[in-house]
Ligand binder design. Structure first.
Ligand code: ADP
Ligand code: MG
Length: 260
C-alpha cells in the first residue's frame, strides 16, 4: 500500500496532509468511530478547497477593496431596508439571475454593499467581477474596434455576479449606450448585475444621450430586480465632520467633495 503522504499527493488532498496527525490525535482522544473520522478528514479537505476557491475567485473579481456586509453600519443609514439587504445576502437573486440596483449620492455605501454581496457570492462558489462603467466601456469599445465584440460580450456573461459601479458620473454617447444595452441584454435572465448609480432613473435618459435606449436598458435591468434607494449622508464625510473639518450639514457640496 502506498504511504499516506503519497496518496494525499496523488489525490491532490493538499489541505489534509498538514493537519492529518493532529486530526488523528484528536480522533483518538475523542474516541471517534471510523466513519466519523473519515467524515472529519474529508470535511477538513473540503473546507480547505472551498476557502482556496473563494480566495481565487476574489482575486479575479477586481474589487477595488475588500469589505464584507458585517461591519456595515445600518444605523447610520436608516433609509436602507436592513431586512432587504439580509435577504439579498442569502443570494437567492443570484440563483434567479435577478439584478440589484443601488441608488444614492456619493459616499452612502453603495459600492460597499455591492462588494459585500459579491464577497458572499464568491464564498459560495460564484464567479464575480467588478467593473466601473468607465472600465466596462473601455473594454467594449476596444473589443468593438478590434472586431471581437461578440467574444467580449460572451466573456462578460460568465461571472454570475457582475458589479457595474458608478453609472452616472460618465455621460455616454448613443453608440456607447447601445454597447451597454447589448451587455445588459446579453446577461438578461442569465446572470445577475449589481449596478450602482448616483443618478435617479429619470436622469438616465441624459446619461445615455437617448431616452429610448435608456428605457430599454432600464427595462432589462429592473425586471426582475431589487432597488435600494439610499437617501442619506455620506459616510466618508461623517468622520471628517466629527474631526471638525466640516461643519455644514449634508448638501450637494458634500456629494461633490466625496466624489472628488
Ligand atoms: P458610494 O459607493 O455610495 O460612493 P462607498 O461604498 O464607497 O460609497 O462608501 C464610502 C466609504 O465609507 C467606504 O469605505 C465604505 O466602506 C464606508 N461606508 C459607507 N457607508 C457605510 C456604513 N453605513 N457603515 C460602514 N461603512 C460605510
Ligand atoms: Mg461607489
Amino acid at each position: 500500500m502506498p504511504a499516506l503522504d503519497s496518496l494525499f499527493e496523488a489525490l491532490k488532498f493538499d489541505h489534509l496532509a498538514a493537519p492529518c496527525d493532529a486530526l488523528l490525535e484528536q480522533a483518538a482522544k475523542k474516541d471517534l468511530g471510523y466513519r466519523e473520522l473519515l467524515a472529519e478528514a474529508l470535511s477538513c479537505e473540503w473546507q480547505g478547497r472551498q476557502h482556496k476557491g473563494a480566495q481565487v475567485r476574489l482575486a479575479q473579481a477586481r474589487l477595488p477593496w475588500l469589505k464584507t456586509l458585517e461591519p456595515f453600519d445600518f444605523s447610520f443609514q436608516p433609509s436602507i431596508d436592513r431586512k432587504g439587504v439580509r435577504e439579498l445576502s442569502a443570494l437567492g437573486f443570484v440563483g434567479r439571475a435577478e439584478n440589484v440596483v443601488l441608488l444614492g449620492p456619493p459616499g452612502v455605501g453603495k459600492t460597499h454593499l455591492a462588494i459585500g454581496l459579491a464577497v458572499k457570492a464568491a464564498e459560495v462558489g460564484h464567479r464575480v467581477l467588478l467593473l466601473t462603467l468607465e472600465q466596462l466601456m473601455g473594454k467594449l469599445k476596444r473589443a468593438s474596434q478590434e472586431n471581437r465584440l461578440e467574444r467580449q460580450l460572451q466573456q462578460l456573461t460568465y461571472p454570475k455576479v457582475l458589479i457595474l459601479d458608478e453609472i452616472g458620473y460618465l455621460p455616454l454617447s448613443r453608440q456607447d449606450a447601445s454597447l451597454l444595452f447589448r451587455l445588459v441584454a446579453r446577461r438578461y435572465e442569465k446572470a445577475s448585475l449589481i449596478v450602482t448609480s448616483n443618478k435617479s432613473f429619470v436622469d438616465w435618459g441624459d446619461i445615455f444621450s437617448d431616452a429610448v435606449l435608456a428605457t430599454a436598458i432600464l427595462e432589462r435591468l429592473l425586471h426582475p430586480s431589487t432597488t435600494i434607494n439610499v437617501k442619506g449622508e455620506s459616510y466618508r464625510l461623517k468622520s471628517k465632520r466629527k474631526a471638525g473639518m466640516l461643519s455644514a450639514p449634508a448638501t450637494e457640496e458634500d456629494g461633490k467633495a466625496a466624489a472628488g
